[in-house]
Write a protein of this length. Structure first.
Length: 483
């Protein structure tokens, strides 16, 4: 499904995977003319504004160029540092290689940081090394292949002897499995490489290439001798001369055709909007009444992928579990490392985690009293200290006596006062007919209460403090203490 479009006869290059938002570099195509018959050339940068309606892409910057471009490549060399948005390299006529700083181009500056004329013919092949971003491979006429170090572009390296017979190098690509291996393609196909095909972002993905008027995605490991076609997009009535994957979003493909259009397609389908244009009417004065565009129409478009590519798999994932656990899994395993799952503890408040661990330890070993005493010693206010102290008293062997002591009552002092009061009684009968000398209730023959003890006093005070209604006016309370 087409999602964006540029009305230019250009060669294109996607921004590196680290670049956000996604951008597309477009350089005026060499040896071709558009409908305006203009002979000027420029390098333009477009933003992929997928959230905006319509097919037009937002032009961010444009700089003129002395030469037209046979090939463009956008690498990550200097990304985030000296060259904030990476490096754009253009292959031109006359063996010219032009190197631009993408950040300077976006800043509306000239942008060229280096020019080299080491090749003897048009430079039609470019590719950056996937492991060392400072290495660039170029291919031109007479079977010339150079390896450039962007740290010093004065002296390129020759990877080996030229292949014979000498022909134009149309495509060159670094091996994604081997850091220092590359291969080129000539028109006769004598070199061991695939004609005009570029693999997907991950090794083992289907490859995509222009098949006359269609974009075909092929699986080279399929059952058929020349690979299996897993997807075919009908794009235009004109032939395509360039096609490339988007490194950051592998579901996007850009193609350039001879009718002067660059189209961006999505393999994920979705809503396609028919866009109309008034460019022809705008070219002729007095055509305003015929310039009213019909209403746009939207229809659902789906792409039939016979085989799911690797980039549809989730490269990583994360999910929260119970108890603050975080479960993660990483990207695809390498040849020397297996795919791993990580389980970690998420700590947002270290003080809360420390206090929770102390509480769990106290509960596990039944150290309730010690825990309460430690919290009372760490209390910041008197009220908080009193709360923890009273709570600690409930875990003591004699909680009733501890609570009374915290309230200011001493059992022994109360008992001494009561006994002192009883000793000063003027008559042998105290209270309800109790004979102190015989400890008998008068006229009943029953034995009276025994002498007051510490337990009895503690029970009496607790009952008075805890149940004050029973000691209020109008109520009588007669404690019975049994040893």
């Amino acid at each position: 499904m087409k999602v964006k479009e540029i009305d230019r006869t250009v060669n294109v290059a996607w921004s590196p995977a680290a670049q956000h938002p996604i951008m597309l570099a477009a350089g005026t195509a060499a040896q071709q003319l558009d409908s305006s018959f203009s002979t000027s050339a420029s390098l333009e940068l477009y933003a992929l504004n997928l959230t905006e309606p319509g097919l037009d892409m937002d032009l961010k910057a444009s700089v003129p160029s002395e030469f037209r471009f046979h090939k463009l490549a956008w690498g990550s060399y200097g990304f985030g540092g000296e060259h904030g948005n990476g490096i754009i390299v253009g292959g031109c006529d006359g063996g010219r290689v032009q190197i631009y700083s993408a950040a300077k181009v976006l800043a509306k500056e000239e942008g060229i940081i280096a020019r080299q004329d080491k090749h003897t013919g048009p430079v039609r092949a470019l590719d950056f090394n996937h492991y060392q971003s400072n290495l660039l491979a170029t291919g031109a006429s007479e079977s010339e292949i150079y390896i450039w170090d962007l740290n010093n572009t004065d002296t390129p390296m020759l990877p080996g002897a030229k292949s014979q017979p000498a022909e134009d190098v149309l495509c060159i690509s670094w091996n994604k499995q081997d850091k220092m291996e590359s291969s080129g393609v000539a028109p006769g196909g004598r070199n061991p490489a695939v004609f005009g095909l570029r693999g997907g972002p991950d090794s083992g993905d289907p490859v995509v290439g222009p098949a006359l008027r269609n974009i075909s995605s092929q699986d080279l490991g399929g059952p058929q001798e020349n690979g299996e076609v897993v997807c075919d997009l009908t794009t235009t009535n004109q032939w395509l001369f360039d096609v490339s994957w988007c490194p950051r979003n592998p579901a996007l493909i850009a193609s350039a055709s001879f009718d002067g259009h660059v189209s961006v397609y999505s393999l994920m389908g979705g809503q396609q909007q028919a866009q109309t244009t008034n460019k022809i009417a705008d070219s002729f004065p007095g055509m305003d009444q015929f310039a009213q565009a019909p209403p746009t129409q939207q229809h659902q478009v789906s792409v039939d992928l016979r085989k799911a590519p690797k980039w549809l798999r989730r490269p990583c994932g994360v999910s929260f579990g119970f108890g603050g656990k975080l479960v993660m899994f990483d990207s695809e395993p390498s040849q020397t490392q297996q795919r791993l799952v990580y389980v970690s503890q998420v700590v947002t408040e270290t003080d809360l985690i420390s206090r929770s661990a102390q509480l769990e330890q106290a509960l596990q070993y039944s150290q309730f009293s010690d825990y309460c005493q430690s919290k009372a010693s760490e209390a910041r206010t008197t009220h908080e200290q009193s709360l923890w102290t009273f709570l600690s008293a409930h875990f003591e062997p004699n909680p009733r006596a501890e609570i009374l002591a915290l309230l200011g009552f001493n059992n022994q002092d109360v008992l001494d006062k009561l006994n002192k009061f009883l000793d000063k009684a003027a008559t042998p009968r105290v209270g309800n007919g109790i004979d102190v000398s015989t400890n008998q209730i008068s006229g009943s023959g029953r034995e009276a209460l025994p002498p007051l003890s510490l337990t009895c006093v503690s029970s009496l005070l607790t009952l008075v403090l805890v149940y004050p209604p029973f000691t209020s006016p109008g109520h009588s309370l007669t404690p019975v203490c049994v040893e």
